[in-house]
Design a protein around this ligand. Structure first.
Ligand SMILES: NC(=O)c1ccc[n+]([C@@H]2O[C@H](COP(=O)([O-])OP(=O)(O)OC[C@H]3O[C@@H](n4cnc5c(N)ncnc54)[C@H](OP(=O)(O)O)[C@@H]3O)[C@@H](O)[C@H]2O)c1
Length: 342
């Protein structure tokens, strides 16, 4: 059995990792950390978890002794030192935050107010499994993608790798459930602020914008810019991204063929037939992604809709998928669950 630790087990992505890892046939959880609840049992924080699990503070020597792999489900800025030290001690690290996602340290410093410098032997890779599977196999540290970027990059990858679009600006309007903000007690996420409301935030200035631009530019092999409007909607889980591109040089049939071909062997990515639109209900609790394409021939605009569960494919599910790749397990192991419906 592979021994895994979850640092930040009391957060939303941490407890989602615990849920998925408990059902994984090839791993055993050997370390769970919390800062505020260290010394308590996980059941005292989450009574629905029926296992006896002591929560411990992050002690790097103890983590290194107890684990073969750690998931760092910690706030941005906290994982960088922890992940670097643990990788140097020989562990595999999958970080769910942003500390290992951005190629350019000055872009990271600008958006996360912290100086970082990746050591040369870190073998760090951006962990969008469907795009970087081969590189992930040999990585030491995986920077698991952000939730919005996962939905947008999977929605755009086939098109940007093709010759059907030569533009440089993509417009993204994305709606997210409130768990995307983590288990925080900030007023702006209180029930009475969110319920019966749709609330834009950080319009054109969200931290996921540079991450999307980094990866889209690599896919297209030219600089691509994103106009990004994230919005909170009154649901717990889920992201629906609506992506708009003008001047696409292909028919809908050609585009659908391109997408179906690109994702032909991908178990978790589903391209919907013409006229079908994805719903966040279809992915609640599951690692699946639903994508649909709509071509407005009148204006020459392509609309791409992409639905994921922010806590599963957008975070902990993709992290488990990456672990499966890193350790040579079947990619579906621990993840082959149906969504909760309705
Ligand atoms: N929520 C999402 O949908 C989502 C999706 C993709 C990626 N992410 C990223 O994943 C990471 C975790 O997100 P989350 O939503 O799970 O956050 P969260 O619910 O706020 O949980 C944060 C966790 O980190 C621990 N922690 C906080 N500060 C710490 C410190 N200084 N040292 C050690 N542990 C500390 C907390 O422990 P205690 O509270 O027990 O002290 C808690 O377990 C973030 O970087 C986030 O951006 C989140």
């Amino acid at each position: 059995m592979t021994r895994v630790g979850v640092l930040g087990a009391t957060g939303y992505t941490g407890i989602e990792l615990v849920r998925l890892l408990r059902k994984h046939p090839r791993v055993k959880i050997t370390y769970l950390s919390s800062q505020s609840f260290a010394g308590k049992d996980l059941r005292e924080v989450y009574p629905h978890t029926r296992h006896e699990d002591k929560l411990q503070p992050v002690d790097l020597d103890k983590v290194a002794e107890a684990c073969d792999l750690v998931f760092t489900a910690l706030p941005a800025g906290v994982s960088y030192e922890i992940g670097t030290v643990l990788a140097q001690k020989g562990l595999k690290v999958i970080d769910l935050g942003a500390d290992f996602r951005l190629d350019n340290p000055s872009v990271y410093a600008k958006w996360y107010n912290k100086e970082i410098r990746y050591s040369d032997n870190l073998r760090r890779i951006y962990g969008l499994t469907e795009l970087y599977r081969e590189e992930i196999r040999n990585a030491k540290v995986v920077g698991n993608p952000g939730c919005y970027p996962t939905s947008v990059l999977l929605g755009l990858a086939p098109l940007l790798k093709s010759d059907y679009w030569n533009g440089t600006v993509v417009i993204v309007d994305a709606k997210s459930g409130v768990s995307g903000a983590g288990r925080t007690s900030k007023t702006e996420y209180a029930f009475s602020e969110i319920n019966e409301a749709v609330k834009p935030y950080k319009v054109v200035s969200h931290r996921h914008r540079p991450e999307m631009e980094q990866e889209l530019s690599k896919l297209a092999n030219r600089p691509v810019r994103v106009v990004f409007t994230p919005q909170l909607v009154p649901m717990t889980r889920g992201i629906l991204s609506s992506i708009y591109l003008s001047e696409v040089n292909a028919s809908l049939k050609e585009l659908l063929n391109l997408y179906k071909d690109f994702y032909r062997d991908e178990y978790f990515v589903h391209v919907l037939p013409e006229g079908a639109y994805p719903s966040t209900k279809w992915v609640q609790g599951s690692n699946h992604v639903f994508i649909s394409l709509v071509l407005d021939e009148r204006t020459g605009t392509l609309v791409i809709l992409s639905a994921i569960d922010n806590l599963v494919k957008g975070a902990s599910g993709q992290a488990v998928q990456n672990m499966n790749v890193l350790f040579g397990f079947d990619e579906r192991e621990g993840l082959d669950v149906e969504p909760i419906y309705p």
